[in-house]
Design a protein around this ligand. Sequence first.
Ligand SMILES: Cc1ncc(COP(=O)(O)O)c(C=O)c1O
Length: 464
Amino acid sequence: MAATPQTEAPPAAKGADLQEMARRHLWMHFTRMGSFDSEHEMPIIVRGEGCYVWDQHGNRYLDGLSALFCVNAGHGREELGEAMATQVRELDFVTLWSYAHPRAIELAERIAGLTPGDLNRVFFTNSGSEAVESAIKLARSYFKATGKAQKTKVIAREIAYHGTTMGALAATGIPPLRTPFEPLMPGGTHVPNTDSYRWPEDRDPLWAADKIEEKIIWEGPDTVAAVILEPLQNAGGCLPPQDGYFQRVREICDRYDVLLVSDEVICSWGRLGEFFGCQHYGYQPDIITTAKALAASYVPMGAMIASDRVFEPFSEGTAMFAHGSTFAGHPVAAAVALANIDIFEREDLCGHVREKSDEFRAALESLADLPIVGDVRGDGFFFALELVKDKETKESFDDEESEALLRGFLSGELYRSGLICRADDRGDPVIQLAPPLIADTEQFEEIVETLRPILDEGHRRIAG
Ligand SMILES: Cc1ncc(COP(=O)(O)O)c(C=O)c1O
């Protein structure tokens, strides 16, 4: 399906040559800047509405990734802009460093009311990495404050992405993102993830959960502070937990007095059909980290949400969590987040995801007849197709083939055809879909119609 040209390019595309300016001065993140030149334009997105965005030439794209799992309530919500303007008129900024303000207080109370159990204490951040960084520092600080100063290590899963700051990077389990910056913070250690696509058939379903216990014992329980896991692991291609996985992990964490951190930077705010991903899989973490869709990403905002028990050592006398940042809990971001939660409740976006998730899954599973589609997995509005060279043997593409398939063909072709999704190979090659939570049958059909001929052609080119 071709991108739909609009009659008139939006105003931002007129005037100065954005391509040339960007090539000279903009440094994009996780991007090969050398791939852009006068013949290869960078994608410049200038407008968004609902499930769609438009580029500077007026071409329309289905945002099948919610702008990197961020714009869960959809693009172009004017009431979020109005919430910003109202807040600036009332109080533009005050830091949470020694002061409080009404929107941060109201938002903290609102979030605490949505989380499960006693996750009642909200520490705001500016991003997901900062939320994870805060959780790691809190885990260390908590154990120091409770007389177990040796407990400093953090266990995470292979190929998991937990952010880029030096602490969060120690939890991130993706070697190419780690090695350029070594030595990292000591104490980050990894266990197998829940990718069961190539597991032997007779493997115990809770094998991956039990690997966490083995790792705690091997490292020494007195040295392990936290286990950090996403409810559904993003990197590696939407890896769901096995039934009972998190319940077993919870038991293990309790047995060895290790904090369970649920990294929900992606999996909260309706992505899995509940406000928090741990609610979808029925487990109780000690800390949740969130960001991205919290303030709909119309402004940056993250948070670390701690249980009463973890907050307790910092609650009295001269005790203090010696951590913070100037902008975290910004009044404008808090006002947007409150308005965003209003939208979620008014439109029951979580209910919509629960209602439509099976239909979305079924639409993607209709592609399973293609020789290149080895596995379809995920939950809520968050799915991946794993691409394979040989479906019978589940043989994956080697590095060269994967590069040619994903970067040499699929990424560009899908974008040219009007679909923004993720073609990724942090692990085996996958295509990931996570549209805004307002997406419906029309968008599911559009995704499938776009993917089918392109995946077919990809297979012919690389494996055929
Ligand atoms: C699970 C998880 N944790 C942490 C992060 C880091 O968040 P940010 O990019 O906002 O720093 C991400 C980002 O995608 C993430 O997916």
